[in-house]
Design a protein around this ligand. Structure first.
Ligand SMILES: C[S@@+](CC[C@H](N)C(=O)[O-])C[C@H]1O[C@@H](n2cnc3c(N)ncnc32)[C@H](O)[C@@H]1O
Length: 215
């Protein structure tokens, strides 16, 4: 193309405004890119999980992990982390004497990362990570459960935990408390806060409330 023609064309284009169709194409492109990043990198494996229960990955801070683990001090038996991310809580729990230490996670990238972190920490084969939907896992043999999810799922989670966990179980949540339960103890503050709930106490409190309430 003649440089003069190119110059004229550029001048013409410069004078043009983006029409409705152009805007639509830009919006559709941006939407598609956002969807690909969301579905392919951040939330792969979540297609079967209802939208209202989907929780993205945010790793617990070192202080949050410390607070969660302080509320599990002196305990023994099986622990599970519901939505285990890169496995940092599971690894700490094993190091603190909890075994078996198990993580449930749907994101395959994070599961690979968990295996790598376990190997790097010399714990490969000692802890385990499973690609399973936490809402479908049976928790009836768990003595220690850790949770760092989102406020929107904490109420339905209360029902699942109460229905499945044994009396001796302790649930420790990081960053977000369980909305209607009273914690047995609390550690830390702000975004690093953690809450511990003893299932026997939670059941007793609910029973007392029901018996005390007028019919
Ligand atoms: C806020 S992150 C916490 C990660 C990790 N527990 C930590 O403390 O660093 C929540 C994790 O739960 C996972 N998750 C969300 N919904 C899940 C589900 N239904 N089943 C299994 N994992 C899920 C996400 O992929 C994400 O890795």
């Amino acid at each position: 193309m003649d440089p003069e023609d190119a110059g004229e064309m550029a001048a013409e284009l410069h004078g043009q405004t983006v029409g409705g169709w152009g805007l639509f194409q830009i919006a559709a492109g941006a939407g598609l890119t956002a969807y690909v990043v969301w579905a392919g990198i951040l939330m792969p494996g979540f297609r079967k999980v209802p939208l209202r229960l989907q929780v993205p990955y945010v790793p617990a801070s070192a202080k949050q992990v410390e607070n969660v683990m302080s509320l599990l001090k002196g305990r023994s038996g099986k622990m599970v982390d519901l939505g285990s991310g890169d496995g940092r809580i599971v690894l700490e729990a094993y190091n603190q004497g909890l075994s078996p230490a198990v993580g449930y996670e749907l994101n395959p990238w994070l599961l690979r990362l968990s295996s790598y972190c376990a190997w790097k920490a010399g714990l490969y084969g000692k802890v385990s990570f499973h690609r399973e939907d936490l809402w479908k896992v049976n928790l009836s043999d768990c003595k220690n459960v850790t949770v760092f999810l989102a406020p929107s799922v904490m109420l339905p989670l209360e029902s699942k935990l109460l229905m499945e966990l044994p009396d001796e179980a302790r649930v420790v949540t990081g960053r977000f408390p369980l909305p209607t339960w009273t914690p047995s103890s609390v550690a830390g503050e702000g975004v690093n806060q953690a809450w511990a709930y003893d299932i026997r106490t939670v059941r007793q409190t609910q029973k007392d409330k029901t018996e005390g309430s007028p019919v």
